[in-house]
Write a protein of this length. Structure first.
Length: 161
């Protein structure tokens, strides 16, 4: 169901995009629900229900799977980084392939980190500075738009990060 929901949401984002109203595709709950569905999929796949001897949940991963997870984690991190620096807002490519690719890469990154937790990327993500940013990330997300609007009013030609 999560895969079908994500696919339907991505398809809606593609079909709802238009030059006249690009915001509909970007801001619609139905067109952005794919991220939630991918999160559900990651949660379902990564949760293991094998009790270990002490009554906890066994999260150990065999060595060969840990190596594969490390490679997948690094590939997902690189894909997200490339998308972050190359994506242009308001363009058809954003909705037709960039957001779906970003969603899949983020789901893969989160899933492999959650499943193994031992890859180099997992260790970087567990670093103190990134954990601190993660703790306030939703607040940063909420504040980025008013700050951007304010800065654009001060400097109309500004379009920086």
């Amino acid at each position: 169901m999560a895969v079908l929901g994500a696919a339907a949401s991505f398809a809606l984002a593609i079909t709802q995009w238009s030059d006249d109203d690009p915001d509909r595709s970007y801001l619609g709950t139905d067109t952005r629900a794919a991220a939630l569905f991918l999160g559900i999929l990651v949660a379902v796949i990564t949760v293991r229900a094998r009790p270990c001897a002490e009554g906890c949940w066994d999260r150990r991963v065999p060595a060969h799977r840990a190596r594969s997870a490390a490679v997948l984690t690094a590939a997902a991190a690189v894909a997200l980084g490339m998308l972050w620096v190359t994506t242009l807002m308001g363009r058809p490519a954003l909705h037709s392939w960039q957001l779906p690719l970003a969603g899949l890469a983020a789901a893969l990154l989160i899933g492999t980190v959650a499943a193994s937790g031992t890859s180099p990327v997992a260790r970087v993500l567990a670093s103190r500075p990134l954990v601190a940013i993660g703790a306030i990330s939703y607040s940063l997300y909420l504040w980025h738009w008013p700050v951007r609007v304010f800065l654009r009013r001060l400097w109309p030609a500004w379009d920086g990060p």
